[in-house]
Design a protein around this ligand. Structure first.
Ligand SMILES: C[S@@+](CC[C@H](N)C(=O)[O-])C[C@H]1O[C@@H](n2cnc3c(N)ncnc32)[C@H](O)[C@@H]1O
Length: 243
């Protein structure tokens, strides 16, 4: 009798993993579409920093590079770095690497580091990552940091997640790192709003990052429905411009 194999072969594993990645990218896009987060960040940068066609931009943890592409029409002056592979136009320089290990020769007029700080924090590399950014900033260049402040409902969600999950990532920044720098702070809010608590629990995966098989969606959904009157909450974020 032929034994039924309970194990997946290599091709099946690759298929499952690539579908999982596509699914996460879709949730990420949906999260961005609902919150309109990128539009707000782009608007804040445009209002506070003069950008022209010769402004050299470095976007760290760029994902597909949407923020930079909306700020700089001269694509030859855009450099994107991400730990994951993203296909971009040939004029744009894309470096597939972690920021910590990236070998960069140039200096930039504008360095953007948006919603990547939690990943650095998880690895304990926020300070070294920031020091490396300073080294790659032109004399009159600027660094734009963006992260969640984890105030209001987000603080409850993070506290709850710390009890429920042993190991997860969430966006935060240790502001002590920049205490001696000349800076401007802008606070803004976005709203995450869905049709029901089940969808909200799905989208919360973008804020509370851990492997899918370790995410207890039911427990998160219960927490959301017992702590919110409607399936929506605001996320306060901060943009800091280092002069
Ligand atoms: C939440 S997304 C933020 C994307 C974009 N910056 C934004 O604000 O919409 C975080 C991105 O950082 C990348 N990332 C995570 N750790 C990184 C690291 N150590 N160095 C470079 N990129 C990293 C991830 O692959 C992901 O694309």
């Amino acid at each position: 009798m032929k034994l039924i194999s309970f194990f997946y072969n290599k091709d099946q594993i690759i298929f499952i993993l690539s579908n999982l990645k596509t699914f996460m990218i879709d949730i990420f896009r949906l999260f961005k579409k609902i919150t309109n987060e990128e539009v707000k960040i782009i608007d804040i940068i445009n209002k506070n920093i003069k950008i022209n066609s010769s402004t050299k931009i470095l976007d760290i943890g760029s994902n597909s590079g949407l923020i930079s592409k909306n700020l700089q029409s001269n694509k030859n002056n855009i450099t994107l770095i991400d730990i994951d592979e993203f296909n971009t136009e040939p004029e744009i320089k894309f470096i597939k690497s972690s920021w910590e290990n990236a070998i960069i020769e140039n200096r930039f007029d504008l360095i953007i580091v948006s919603h990547v700080w939690g990943h650095f924090g998880y690895k304990g590399t926020q300070q070294e990552s920031f020091s490396k950014m300073i080294k790659h900033k032109e004399k009159n260049g600027k660094i734009v940091l963006c992260y969640n402040t984890n105030s209001y409902f987000m603080s409850k969600l993070v506290d709850f997640s710390k009890k429920l999950f042993r190991d997860f990532q969430y966006d935060y920044f240790d502001e002590d790192i920049i205490r001696n720098y000349n800076k401007k702070e802008i606070i803004f809010k976005v709203k995450l709003k869905t049709r029901n608590f089940s969808s909200l629990a799905e989208l919360v995966k973008i804020l509370i990052i851990l492997d899918d098989d370790k995410y207890y969606k039911r427990r998160v959904e219960e927490f959301l429905s017992s702590n919110l009157t409607k399936p929506e909450f605001e996320i306060e974020q901060k943009v800091i411009i280092i002069q």
